[in-house]
Design a protein around this ligand. Structure first.
Ligand code: HEM
Length: 502
């Protein structure tokens, strides 16, 4: 039975409810313009209904370049436009990570690089940059590893297409092959070994990498806000799939660490994991022990998560654009023939003499914008708020920095949705346009794997174009260039007819 309320309480209780609703809908003073703040859920239902890049573009068109809204009670600020994005990336107080996210595989929010801030973040990030460079990041030693993978990929292309005896009859799914190359290169650099493509462990790892990134940002957001839901409804919102992929990566890294510990020679470290184990040993008596086994496992997991799908998807978009724009493909092949010829694989020292191939890579990075926004940043300050472009942004606000919008802004790019590598050639003003793209973000949080990824993409794409002509398979419609995905964008499935050039 519902208890009846005395009439004299009705007015004050209704007034209190209305007052509470008003408080919940109120925005902070000088908060950036944006949609109405709804009580309790805020903007959640709308966020769930759209893709991240579409929400960003909608808000930008409707409210301007700096937009504020609330998700539950969390202030979220969207930053678009070249000048605003550039300024945001340069600000130290915009380089935090939001409290609510927890995609950590091993050690919670205080380990690794992606989710941490402060000293832990600075030291882990610096260590990774310094030592991956020695192992191949930006140095020629990477070449040997990538070239080994390219040879394995060529065998894969021959097998999938039926090879020359069968006249390259069958269309090739490049995404699977490129995924295998990207994973193997990174695993080799970090763990010192590669997998055979048919190894069931490798197939499992590839599936896990795919699945972790197929989770869209909304699911991860939801997963972090309502962890109890993951336990209650494990098969909803992709939680179960996400968890099992995370376990697979977790087990693979633990296994590698155990075997490294058994055979490590501290005087002659062989790979990134060895080098990190040496650092742990060196610091074993220090009080803070910022370098420890949990950190090591988390850093390895993050390099793998951040570096494999992003590289694979950029390469897939490159292949897609090569079949959609055959003139650009032929021009690149002509340049490769003149500079490298056909008797050896491409090397990093060829890069300076292949400006058109470089322009193709830059245009792929712009057009596809595989990372459409930065990973969410947050405001770190000892004050209650910071000021940005005249607005007050509260401490702890989540910042969504929009790269896709900048990369497709018609005020910067002529025909922004067309693939036109020529715009990045120096003689056409390419140097200035290079300043307007942020595929790897920038500033203090900028991607530490940029050089590694660029080198990889260059070597793999140039090797494919050197050896094969790529076309849309006969009788098939032109594949769509419209991307899918959310946190990370990728092309819709497509296949390619390959033909050996020599
Ligand atoms: C084409 C390939 C890649 C693209 C497009 C890409 C893009 C990005 C972007 C946009 C961010 C977010 C930065 C921010 O939040 O402002 C990022 C962060 C990061 N990336 Fe990459 N990345 C790529 C490859 C790699 C590779 C190969 C590695 C590792 C070897 C890597 C490691 C990382 C790490 C550790 C972070 C976190 C940095 C931090 O929070 O300080 N990425 N990347």
């Amino acid at each position: 039975m519902i208890p009846r309320m005395a009439p004299e309480f009705l007015v004050p209780i209704s007034a209190a409810v209305l007052f509470a609703l008003w408080i919940m809908c109120r925005k902070p003073k000088k908060f950036p313009p944006g949609p109405r703040r709804w009580p309790i859920f805020g903007y959640v239902p709308i966020i769930f209904a759209q893709r991240a890049k579409d929400i960003t573009s909608y808000l930008h068109k409707k409210y301007g370049r700096v937009v504020g809204l609330h998700v539950l009670n969390i202030p979220v600020v969207f930053i678009s436009g070249l000048d605003e994005v550039r300024e945001a990336l340069l600000r130290d107080d915009f380089s935090g990570r939001p409290e609510y996210i927890n995609i950590s595989i091993f050690g919670g929010k205080s380990s690794g690089i992606i989710l941490t801030s402060g000293d832990i973040w600075k030291l882990q990030r610096r260590f990774v940059l310094q030592h991956l460079r020695q192992l191949g990041l930006g140095k020629n030693t990477l070449e040997g590893i990538v070239q080994e993978e390219i040879r394995a990929m060529m065998i894969g292309i021959e097998e999938m297409s039926g090879g020359c005896e069968n006249g390259y009859l069958y269309p090739v799914d490049f995404k699977a092959l490129l995924g295998a190359v990207s994973i193997n290169v990174l695993w080799h650099i970090v763990m010192g070994k590669r997998f055979d493509y048919r190894d069931p462990k490798f197939i499992q790892l590839m599936e896990a990498a795919k699945s972790i990134f197929n989770q869209n940002s909304q699911q991860i957001f939801f997963y972090n806000l309502f962890p109890f839901l993951a336990k209650l409804l494990p098969s909803s919102f992709g939680f179960q799939e996400f968890e099992s992929s995370v376990h697979c990566l977790h087990d693979a890294i633990e296994g590698e660490m155990d075997s490294h510990k058994e055979v490590i020679d501290y005087d002659h470290p062989q790979d990134f994991m060895d080098i990190y184990l040496c650092e742990i040993e060196k610091q074993k008596d220090s009080l803070d022990r910022i370098f420890n086994v949990t950190q090591l496992k988390e850093v390895c997991a993050e390099l793998f998560m951040a570096g494999t799908d992003t590289t694979t998807n950029n390469l897939s978009f490159a292949i897609l654009n090569m079949i959609l724009y055959p003139r650009a493909q032929r021009k690149a092949q002509q340049e490769i023939d003149e500079v490298i010829g056909r008797d050896r694989l491409p090397s990093l020292s060829d890069r300076d003499r292949l400006p058109y191939v470089e322009a193709i890579i830059q245009e792929v990075l712009r057009l596809s914008s595989v990372a459409p926004t930065a990973f969410p940043h947050s405001v770190v300050t000892s004050e209650k708020h910071v000021t940005f472009r005249g607005y007050h942004i509260p401490k702890g606000s989540v910042l969504i920095i929009d790269f896709y919008g900048v990369h497709h802004d018609p005020e910067i790019w002529k025909c922004p949705d067309m693939f036109i590598p020529e715009r990045f050639l120096r003689k056409n003003g390419g140097d200035i346009l290079n300043e307007a793209i942020y595929p790897f973000s920038g500033g203090k949080r900028g991607c530490p794997g940029e050089t590694f990824a660029r080198n990889n993409i260059f070597l793999i794409l140039t090797s494919i174009l050197q050896r094969y002509s790529l076309e849309v398979p006969e009788g098939q419609p032109l594949p769509s260039s419209d991307p899918i995905g959310n946190t990370v964008l990728f092309p819709k499935p497509f296949t390619v007819k390959v033909q050996r050039r020599f």
